[in-house]
Design a binder for this molecule. Sequence first.
Ligand SMILES: Cc1cc2nc3c(=O)[nH]c(=O)nc-3n(C[C@H](O)[C@H](O)[C@H](O)COP(=O)(O)OP(=O)(O)OC[C@H]3O[C@@H](n4cnc5c(N)ncnc54)[C@H](O)[C@@H]3O)c2cc1C
Length: 503
Amino acid sequence: MPDQRVIVVGAGVGGLAAALELAAQGQEVWVFDAADSPGGKLRQLRMGGALLDAGPTVFTMRWVFDELFARIGEVLDQHLTMRRIRTLARHAWGPDQRLDLFADIQASAEAIGDFAGAREAAGYRAFCARARQIYNTLEQPFLRGARPNPLSLSWRVGQRGLVGFTRISPFGSMWQALGKYFRDPRLHQLFGRYATYCGSSPFLSPATLMLVAHVEQEGVWLLDDGMHALAVTLEQLARQRGATFRYGAPVRNIITRGGRASGVELVNGEQFDAKAVIFNGDAAALASGLLGPGVAPAVRRHDPTQRTLSARTWHLVTRTQGFPLLRHNVFFSGDYGGEFAQLHQRSLPADPTVYVCAQDRGDGDDAPPRDMERLMILANAPATGDAGDMAPAELARHAAATQRRMATSGLRVQDDLDTAMHTGPQDFGRMFPATGGALYGPASHGWMASFRRPGARTRLAGLYLAGGSTHPGPGVPMAVLSGGHAVASVLQDISARHPARTV
Ligand SMILES: Cc1cc2nc3c(=O)[nH]c(=O)nc-3n(C[C@H](O)[C@H](O)[C@H](O)COP(=O)(O)OP(=O)(O)OC[C@H]3O[C@@H](n4cnc5c(N)ncnc54)[C@H](O)[C@@H]3O)c2cc1C
């Protein structure tokens, strides 16, 4: 019966995880994606003979994947080869101002002591303890839990009301909180950058986001075949369990009948019935009516001024000189406050912080590539992809500032950024509709922001959400967790409607 299927719109990592788990549970699953391959933001670019990761590069929270694979009767290590890195990233502020951070807190504290003195090393240890406490408080009730509200969260952390709630530092800004631990402005900046992992500003995010530092200390892994391999693996495992995938298949309408989602219509006019639809695009696309008027009221409309950051990325296969790159490198702006003020005013920063992922490097200084190497260079940008073209002069000025920022610490990239494969807010906006290029859903600004993200169930029966714009938030592991929440909701609702037809 055709209406026996569950349709997943989007083969981003949240949609893939949901499709895989549902297929493993014996559900008939169809996945439609507008793109021509799986992964969504977890995409890959080809340059000549080389393949480059063009989305996420930092793989964390491995337990999320271990648990997903265990639930479907598989072992992660039998499908993906990965190794845990010792050096998390190399940070630079100009000539001879360089600091490596390590997964091992003791090693990082020693490096910080050498770099900025014993007081900062002690501040770092206190910061790590606080980040760990926040993470431990939130893992079970928030990350693993279906969408909590402040009240239910304080119940779930075991202490009622404000006392329980303040255990996660929701009220002060991350920037203010970091001032308690670090006096050195470079360290303040380094640890503030963790807010950008969720596409948010350290000046506006709650101190709760300090937990991202703990997530990195718990482990960052490098995947031998690149991050895109994760998407390919999830897709293959879902296919093996009977899921059907259609690429180049944009969905223009989620069909409603009798007050519930009942199928989808593709841009080419084909229609498919379903007993449940999981939407893995940005929830803003539903609210703005891009999937049809019938589903627009299914989620709360979200304020485009509260979008997360976008980015400009440049991919190159080139030669580098003058700076000992590791896999993950950050070149910090000389004016961090100015950078975020300009992003907030929706313009490109005059002096951007630049992240360089050297995709042929590991986490040590041994054996750098002898010849050409694959680079992704990334700078934050405002999510203005739907606000008209940026002036070519502004784009050129920003690219020059990006190159200058790297050169300040000695890094010379042989090829000019003009020759690189460039992706900007408009490109991201086209690939991820209704986002303007925002890469992480709504921003985590203010203490209520995390509770405003929609959960897996929408206001419309039969329509569910999975992905980085939903609870528990953005990032690859979080999107996978959201896929799990969607699966649980779908299965629960199906069994309630058709007790005899759960599988
Ligand atoms: C440059 C970059 C760097 C990042 N770095 C990191 C990192 O280091 N670590 C980390 O954990 N995270 C990182 N992220 C964030 C992470 O990639 C995302 O949070 C996560 O991949 C989002 O997954 P998702 O499930 O929301 O799906 P998405 O990746 O958003 O994919 C959604 C899919 O839905 C499809 N779709 C949407 N609408 C329709 C429609 N109407 N019809 C058909 N298909 C549709 C799209 O084509 C797309 O394939 C990064 C992201 C980017 C872009």
